[in-house]
Design a protein around this ligand. Structure first.
Ligand SMILES: NC(=O)c1ccc[n+]([C@@H]2O[C@H](COP(=O)([O-])OP(=O)(O)OC[C@H]3O[C@@H](n4cnc5c(N)ncnc54)[C@H](OP(=O)(O)O)[C@@H]3O)[C@@H](O)[C@H]2O)c1
Length: 299
């Protein structure tokens, strides 16, 4: 039987817009530094990064900032799979993962990584072999928890053959709920922690968009987009009772969900982090939690 589920803070900071120049336009390093600092100053104690965010730049910025803070109070999660020496081809081989952890430790300027994820599955490596390599690093104290990301259920099962997977990160939000059926029953059974990425659906669930912005979210049909907008109007009403914004109310919903270990909204600007940190103070009643759940049923 699996061990107890990993205990981590309920709110973190997603840092793909911290130094992630290869993924997003118009990012400034100075904003990245400010975002990470502001998160830590606002009581956010988990930072989710990856080699792929700026090909190491996000990790470097975080490494610089944490020098001024108590390392023991910060949970750092990072990821690797894209091979910098082979055109970013996916690689889960034991040698690659071990080298990736050493490289990330240098960029983060720390001597351990709290959570290390295999960012994406490759096609060649048996998943239990990849995880066994991470277990060696865990025994050596270089990493503290073993994670996988973007794995199918079958790949997670293969990775967890020996019960060594601690945590899974996958695409999940109120408007992208497949994981409830595909992954969560197995993760719950195995006591594996779950971290959704894109919790704000890349900003859509902050309430800052309107019907005329549909062209930015083409994955939704006209009808779906309209029902998301209508649902967000109702979330706004619930939020008002808590003096909370739409984004804070949505984040509070994930925080209240026992199946979610931590929620890691990304931020481009300091003011977004400050606002998102406010979600930790929003306590939804069971009726409000259920209402928000039902508003987005069917996605
Ligand atoms: N494992 C993986 O493969 C994987 C994949 C994707 C992401 N992730 C992780 O998950 C994290 C979250 O995903 P994400 O950041 O892409 O998407 P997200 O959390 O759904 O959306 C974040 C974006 O919404 C906007 N935003 C955030 N707070 C706001 C606020 N209070 N008011 C207005 N706008 C706000 C910002 O973008 P704008 O200002 O540009 O609108 C921000 O970058 C990432 O940072 C990363 O750490 C992991």
């Amino acid at each position: 039987m699996a061990t107890k589920k990993l205990q981590i803070p309920s709110l973190g900071l997603g840092t793909n817009k911290v130094g992630g120049h290869n993924l997003f336009d118009n990012l400034k390093d100075e904003d990245g530094y400010a975002v990470v600092r502001k998160a830590l100053d606002s009581g956010i104690e988990l930072l989710d990064t990856a080699y792929m965010y700026g090909k190491g730049r996000s990790e470097e910025i975080i490494g610089d900032v944490i020098q001024d803070y108590d390392r023991s109070k910060i949970i750092i999660a990072t990821k690797a799979a894209q091979d910098p020496n082979n055109n970013l081809e996916l690689n889960n081989s034991p040698e690659f993962l071990k080298q990736s952890v050493d490289d990330a430790l240098k960029r983060l300027k720390t001597d351990y990584i709290d959570i290390f994820y295999i960012h994406f599955p490759d096609e060649a490596t048996p998943k239990y072999e990849a995880v066994a390599a991470l277990n060696e690093l865990k025994q050596a104290g270089k990493i503290r928890a073993i994670g996988v990301s973007n794995f199918s259920l079958d790949q997670i099962k293969e990775a967890n053959r020996d019960g060594l997977v601690d945590i899974v990160e996958d695409n999940y939000s109120l408007v992208h709920r497949d994981a409830e059926k595909t992954l969560l029953p197995y993760l719950k059974e195995q006591n594996i922690a779950f971290v959704p990425y894109f919790p704000l659906a890349s900003g859509l669930l902050t309430g800052k968009y309107s019907l005329s912005d549909h062209d930015k979210f083409k994955q939704f049909s006209d009808g779906e987009f309209k029902s998301i907008m209508d649902a967000l109007d109702e979330v706004k009403v619930i939020g008002k009772k808590h003096d909370a914004t739409v984004a804070q109310t949505i984040l509070a919903w994930y925080i209240a969900d026992p199946d979610i270990s931590t929620v890691i909204p990304g931020a481009r600007l300091e003011k977004q982090v400050v606002s998102n940190a406010g979600s930790m103070k929003v306590q939804l009643s069971q009726a409000e939690f259920d209402k928000i759940n039902s508003l987005f049923e069917g996605f």
